[in-house]
Design a protein around this ligand. Structure first.
Ligand code: C5P
Length: 333
């Protein structure tokens, strides 16, 4: 495709794309590989909790961030913008959304400078892949703005260069991830799952959690990648059956011990979630957000209310949500 074709198919108005947060229903980690990453067997599920990224033509490349309006998605009930502390989002070239736009421009030769506005509904550095969602949304928004017309698989492949969770944020829904988590196979699930997310109010660095995991494995306190097939089969069976109690029992995260070792209050949050009625409680990814599975959206609201009554912060979300997609403007009639 020539540059002229690309520009003919692009748009002159700003384009907004939405990409979902995720929880890992299962995260089994092997030992550290030679490249520094861990070989994973994981099951991702995308949540209605999402970030929006608007790409607007601009004289120079730039990025800014703001809190998403409350209750942005159906089934989602925010307790306010204070849930998302924006101070952890870099506004320089280390911002993952900006890196995504620059990468797409470089790869296609199509891009002219954009200013990206990120509206965050996903807790920052919470183990829910908010930064990856921003990168996925930026890829999809810039692809539409510039008319590059890449397939989702191509955008996901580009996204893998930016972070292990970016391909899943492009595809969304529910998927088994292997490799660094970037190789995906969709999993069928007909049910809607209702989650409560409890952000921790502080960050946990993913590399530090993996380093703690390595230390716990070396000390013989955690096993790396035990019984992978069995756990996966239990999760897949529960997803197929649409059975929250079975899925709650099958949830598992090899990084949980490491996250709890670095942030001991997480153990208490997991127990509080179970006591509030959740059918499953897990640290999301490398943490520190705790994800609680409930039996219905109504049950999720009850569990969240019980936790809020104890002074904890709690969000509700439904899953699975779609991957990164353009939000078309509402046309005036
Ligand atoms: O790929 P991403 O940039 O999200 O990874 C952040 C860090 O998390 C890596 O530098 C690595 O320390 C750790 N990581 C890992 N194994 C994975 C994914 C991430 O060790 N499969």
């Amino acid at each position: 495709m020539s540059r002229a074709d690309v520009h003919a198919r692009g748009r002159s108005r700003p384009v907004t794309a939405r990409a979902p947060a995720k929880v890992n229903l299962l995260l089994q980690s092997g030992p550290r590989r030679a490249d520094g990453y861990h070989e994973l067997l994981t099951v991702f599920q995308a949540l209605s909790l999402a970030d929006d990224v608007t790409a607007a033509p601009a004289p120079e490349w730039g990025v800014s961030v703001e809190a998403a309006p409350r209750a942005a998605a159906p089934g989602e009930h925010s307790t306010g913008p204070a849930l998302v502390d924006l101070s952890g989002v870099p506004l320089d070239e280390t911002n993952l959304a900006l890196q995504a736009a620059l990468l797409l421009a470089r790869e296609t030769g199509a891009g002219s400078p954009v200013h990206l506005t990120i509206r965050k509904g996903v807790p920052v550095a919470g183990g829910m892949a908010g930064g990856s969602a921003d990168a996925a949304a930026a890829l999809v928004a810039c692809d539409a703005l510039w008319g590059t017309g890449l397939a989702l698989d191509d955008l996901a492949e580009l996204g893998a260069e930016l972070g292990s969770d970016v391909p899943f944020a492009v595809h969304g829904r529910t998927a088994v991830g292997t490799g660094r988590g970037e190789r995906l196979v969709p999993v069928l699930t007909s049910a809607t799952w209702a989650w409560v997310l409890v952000p921790a109010g502080h960050e946990l660095s993913t590399p530090k959690v993996y380093a703690e995991f390595d230390a716990l494995v070396a000390a013989g306190r955690v096993q790396a990648g035990a019984e992978p097939g069995e756990r996966l089969r239990a999760v897949e069976a529960a997803l197929r059956a649409g059975d929250p109690r079975a899925l709650g029992a099958a949830l598992g995260n090899d990084l949980e011990a490491a996250a709890c070792s670095l942030a001991p209050a997480l153990t208490e949050t997991l127990a509080a979630g179970r006591a509030a009625g959740a059918v499953g409680a897990i640290v999301s990814g490398s943490g520190p957000t705790v994800a609680l599975l409930t039996e219905s959206t109504r049950h999720a609201r009850t569990v969240a209310e019980r936790l809020r009554a104890q002074g904890r912060r709690a969000l509700t979300a439904v899953a699975p949500a779609p991957g990164a997609h353009v939000l078309e403007p509402v046309l005036a009639s």
